[in-house]
Design a protein around this ligand. Structure first.
Ligand SMILES: Cc1cc2nc3c(=O)[nH]c(=O)nc-3n(C[C@H](O)[C@H](O)[C@H](O)COP(=O)(O)O)c2cc1C
Length: 379
């Protein structure tokens, strides 16, 4: 196996070594310039067990790598002399009808308490309120669903803050239905049902510390359960972990208003496709899906330009998992800074590409020839 770069050389370490920073201590937040810097910073602060849980991925971590490396295969085709002066105003978007300041969100991830034992996920709730982006809370959060709900802001552009609730289904479905009811009562606006974790996954990095899946007890995953779930709630159910155009089409056939393409950050199945490859497969086989339903995506997103590539294929909004977990090592301020970095990069990179409206990006601004070699085409 060839070595690879977990994060590009951002010059951070060189810079820090020229200051009074001591290796193994967390750098100052002001010295974080890009999303990958939060990974470096988290490695300094967290112990090996905690960092490994956040960082781990499945098998030889080839999907984890591919999630990070695939972006460079798709180049931009920047159009110069387009009027991009108002691009900042087009950053705002809607997700299932709710208003947000940017097409990015915090993906559901368990155990935020490793990064901030006192506040855990509450930092995500508060930071997404102040920055007005979406937070999708994880079932296996360090804080209880009640604690998360009570940290919500009452005064956002949507009125009370909009949170989506991620769930795993339990083999005993009555536990799942109770959980959905509870989320609904506490004001969640959508259920994000994770469908790509039918079993525990092979995660050597975290297994060393006996901290692998948070969901090892769960495996009830069928379209029949989806039908049953729809009868349990009036909330929209977003299927998280769609990896093929066939399943995207099936989801639409069964009435899904939104789906979420993801390979779980490469944490479930090694050699599962990246969101860029999945989005491209849908773009080539059933492009209408991007307008007929809302398609969210995550896995491997580290830069504003990564987000733009997914949006250009038709994705509605893009999530980040690990990066926000790492940013949470700085508490709410760190999470806010991560959101601000992403917003700034999305807007400025959009301008560089010649995008005047982030909500309406032509796929012709991408050169996808490299994906054409491997894309799966339906008969
Ligand atoms: C520490 C950690 C815990 C996670 N826990 C969950 C979870 O409980 N439920 C879920 O649907 N996805 C979970 N995920 C996956 C994320 O929702 C998301 O798909 C993934 O992190 C995106 O890839 P990225 O980390 O490269 O941004 C977790 C990811 C991480 C890193």
């Amino acid at each position: 196996a060839e070595p690879f770069l977990n994060e590009p050389d951002t010059g951070m370490e060189t810079f820090l070594l020229g200051t009074n920073w001591t290796e193994g201590t967390q750098p100052q937040l002001k010295d974080i310039r890009g999303i990958p810097d939060f990974d470096f910073a988290a490695r300094q602060k967290l112990n090996n067990q905690e960092y490994s849980f956040y960082r781990t991925a499945a098998g030889g971590e080839w999907s984890y790598r591919n999630n990070l490396e695939i972006w460079s295969k798709v180049k931009f085709r920047p159009r110069q002399l387009s009027d991009v002066t108002k691009v900042n105003e087009t950053l705002k978007t809607t997700i299932l009808g709710y208003n947000f300041s940017a097409p990015i969100f915090i993906a559901p991830a368990a155990r935020a308490g490793y990064a901030d034992p006192a506040e855990g996920e509450l930092n995500f709730v508060r930071a997404t309120a102040s920055e007005n982006i979406l937070y999708t809370a994880a079932l296996y959060a360090s804080k209880s669903i009640q604690e998360i709900a009570s940290a919500k802001s009452n005064s956002t552009v949507n009125g009370p803050q909009v949170l989506f609730q991620q769930i795993y289904t339990n083999n005993n479905l009555s536990i799942t239905w109770d959980y959905i009811r509870q989320a609904e009562e506490l004001g969640a606006k959508a259920i994000v049902w994770t469908i790509d974790a039918p079993a525990s996954s092979t995660r050597h990095r975290a297994a060393r510390y006996d901290t692998t899946n948070s969901n090892s007890a769960t495996s009830a995953l069928t379209w029949d359960i989806y039908e049953q779930m729809k009868n349990q709630t009036s909330l929209p159910i977003i299927l998280k972990g769609i990896s093929t155009v066939e399943d995207a089409l099936l989801a639409q056939e069964k009435g899904a208003k939104a789906i979420y393409i993801s390979n779980h950050g490469g944490r479930q199945l090694d050699h599962s496709p990246s969101p860029l490859e999945i989005a491209y497969e849908i773009h080539r086989n059933a492009p209408q899906l991007f307008t007929e339903m809302e398609i969210l995506a995550d896995s491997g997103v580290r830069y504003g330009s990564d987000v733009l590539k997914l949006l250009a294929l038709g994705v509605k909004a893009v999530g980040l998992g690990r990066s926000f977990m790492y940013a949470n090592c700085y508490g709410q301020a760190g999470v806010e800074q991560a959101i601000q970095i992403m917003k700034k990069e999305i807007a400025q990179d959009a301008a560089q590409v010649g995008i005047s409206d982030i909500q309406n990006i032509s796929s012709k601004l991408l050169n996808t020839r490299a994906l054409e070699e491997t894309v799966f085409l339906l008969e």
